[in-house]
Design a protein around this ligand. Sequence first.
Ligand code: MG
Length: 219
Amino acid sequence: MTFPPGKLILHRNTRHDRIGWVRPGRVISDDERGLLLWVASGSVVAHEVAQDGLTLRDMPFADWIRQSYRLAQLRWDGPGVLKLIRPDVAHSVWWFRDEAGRFSGWYVNLEEPAVRWQEGDLAGVDIVDQDLDIWVEPDLSWAWKDEGEFTERLAFPDHYWVSDAAAVRAEGERVVREIEAGVFPFDGTWCDFTPDPAWVTPTELPPGWDRPPARLLRA
Ligand code: MG
């Protein structure tokens, strides 16, 4: 399954039978390097909150797992982000930029390999975010990110969506070797990416945006 350039698809983070977040992304290219998506500033996005509107990151995991949940819609109010969902690996790479559109660093999102789906005109790619990340400066210096959350949640194996912490860490270490070698995608590719000014920023999520996670439908 490949997606044509220009198409808007849904990039979704799923956790067991629930949806963690949804971001509409425009397909820039889809080839052997992976699926390259642009999430424009101001896009409508959704994320899971507790009934009082607080998020997973607003409370200890021990409290979060006792909540009931809903999906809240809001705007992606930071600068646009370019995301490369690489084929058959357990991470994606995101190019962050500042308010002026200048490249400011890479974010390596450790995640279960993406599952693509399509239903009529609606299409998307579902991941399971594994929380541990790597931040990479433009000079290729790097640091682990969110190790505290990762460790905290691993203490609740009946609820947590990550079951193999060592595999997540090992995947991160493989990416670190690429970072330190300065090879693709950490070789400057797409750091000067400019979105087409004609693209319309999505302000509404399409019907079906909250369909069940692809992993469940496939099972
Ligand atoms: Mg992450």
